[in-house]
Design a protein around this ligand. Structure first.
Ligand SMILES: *Cc1c(COP(=O)(O)O)cnc(C)c1O
Length: 495
């Protein structure tokens, strides 16, 4: 039986709104609260939104996309199948098979007679600490270049006396949205650095996608060039792979030659250039907990530092647990293994990235200065442009003030990642040092919010933008000179 008349041409692809590829399975109601209650709570924590009670976020909580995902029913089911054996729980074998399938067999290749090359940790940052603790102890004065180190990566490097260096793409600072891969590393700068300092560089790090650099993706071309250049100097390439699936999606959509390639295949190709990677499964593992460090069996890193794999195992046993569970419960291991299956599926991934983009367009429609093109996990407000016609100075930390007002007045929680988070106070010179990038980030947790929720955030941010000349400066009442200060500092409005 066919459709009558012309009706056969009707289908959902002609309509402006797209239906979500999933449905609500369980929901949580929020606790209603008034602006007065929120403002009192904010003042009681010194305007530091990290300390503000999540229960009082009556709008959207966009502080982070880390571990905040709503899990799928398949993940909840997997959680119940986890066992908590001390040695070689069931999940260990499941995650081993999944890591081999997703990233490549060489990254989890456990054989008797060889040191381990795959290490589970409770979070990404623990994996970073493990890696840099070993490298930092090997020789003094090392430098690790990146396309944009994440904040904990930078802090872990510094804690082990390794100098972090960001080689942002020159395109990142341009307002144009013509370039789709603003997360790339500046290859020219890398080449100069390697020529001058290669003996001091234990590895080159690429963050995919580039969270510190506006959540922008890295092209396959860049991964391959950076890898080739590093290898020319006998230096291994590592990936900070937290958002590997989102990065692969951007390559499929925008990089010539990839439109017809499947996401899992693109992921494999990205990792074929890497000698190892660290990852937080709280991102594209779609899990609430988990991290790992994986080294290519017989890759350049394993060959260059032959003693390091066993030293990593010792570190893991001392700090986290037996290598077959690392810092994780057997239940969480199964949830993340299941998450790795979902994350590369087209319906999940395209809706995820497109949802972030439509949130970005809603912000732009309010006249807000957003970084374009939109990245995979968040929309970034460029606070330099936001305050361009306002008397606020960088040391007034307008981004911190904006974030506090958005939460107090509207109940939405965002995150300052700019002059305060990435700046430093030089106690000797008695002055602030400001970073190149100055953003407020609205991270979108996976599978959690609907379009109307994000529309409400855009409208709230727009209302504050209309009144930007009335946004007051803040002063730092505690923690200005501390490392990782944005997590700890306290403020008050200066009126
Ligand atoms: C979240 C994140 C990390 C750290 O992972 P955790 O699991 O939060 O410790 C490292 N790098 C990037 C790019 C991240 O987004």
């Amino acid at each position: 039986m066919g459709w009558p008349g012309q009706l056969h041409a009707l289908n959902e692809s002609q309509l402006p709104h797209r239906v979500r590829p999933y449905l609500n399975h369980a929901v949580s109601f929020k606790r209603p609260c008034s602006p007065q209650e929120r403002i009192a709570a904010l003042e009681s924590v010194g305007l530091n939104v990290f300390f503000y009670p999540a229960e009082l976020v009556s709008g959207c909580d966009l502080l982070s996309d880390s571990g905040t995902t709503a899990m799928t029913s398949a993940q909840w089911a997997a959680l119940h199948l986890g066992d908590e054996a001390y040695g070689s729980n069931r999940g260990y074998f499941v995650v081993q098979a999944q890591v081999r399938e997703t990233f490549g067999e060489e990254f989890f290749d456990q054989k008797p007679g060889q040191p381990a090359n795959a290490f589970l940790f409770h979070q990404g940052r623990a994996a970073e600490d493990a890696l840099f603790a070993q490298l930092g102890a090997s020789s003094p004065g090392l430098i690790v270049p990146s396309n944009g180190h994440f904040d904990t990566t930078q802090a872990n490097l510094e804690a082990h006396r390794i100098q972090p260096l960001n080689l942002f793409s020159p395109q990142l600072k341009e307002a144009s949205s013509a370039c789709h891969f603003k997360g790339d590393m500046d290859v020219h700068k890398l080449e100069n650095l390697l020529e001058k300092h290669h003996p001091k560089i234990p590895l080159v790090y690429l963050t995919i996608t580039n969270n510190t650099g506006g959540g922008q993706p890295v092209s396959m071309d860049n991964v391959s060039r950076v890898g080739a250049l590093a290898h020319q100097f006998e230096i291994p390439l590592f990936l900070d792979a937290c958002r590997f699936a989102e990065n692969a999606y951007f390559i499929q959509r925008h990089e010539p030659g990839f439109a017809k390639r499947a996401i899992p295949e693109i992921v494999r190709e990205m990792f074929s250039h890497a000698d190892g990677f660290t990852i937080s499964f709280k991102k594209d593992g779609l899990a609430n907990m988990g991290g790992g460090l994986f080294v290519r069996r017989d890759g350049l890193f394993a060959r260059k530092y032959p003693k390091l794999l066993d030293a990593l195992t010792d570190y893991q046993i001392r700090k986290e647990g037996h290598p077959t569970y690392g810092g994780m419960s057997g239940r969480d291991i199964l949830a993340l293994a299941q998450g790795l299956k979902t994350v590369t599926e087209e319906p999940y991934l395209s809706y995820r990235v497109e949802q972030v983009a439509s949130f970005g367009y809603a912000m732009a429609a309010q006249g807000l200065p957003v970084l374009t093109p939109f990245g995979g996990h968040a929309v970034y407000l460029d606070m330099n442009r936001f305050f361009a016609d306002s008397p606020l100075q960088p040391a007034d930390f307008g981004g911190v003030s904006f974030v506090a007002l958005l939460l107090g007045a509207f109940g939405h929680r965002a995150c300052e990642l700019g002059h305060f988070a990435f700046g430093k106070y030089d106690t000797h010179a008695g002055k602030d040092v400001f970073p190149e990038v100055n953003f407020v980030r609205f991270a979108v947790p996976r599978l959690r919010y609907e379009q109307q929720d994000l529309q409400a955030v855009a409208e709230a941010a727009g209302a504050l933008y209309q009144q930007r000349d009335r946004i007051p400066p803040v002063e730092v009442v505690w923690g200005r000179e501390l490392p990782l200060r944005h997590f700890k500092a306290r403020f008050r409005f200066r009126t």
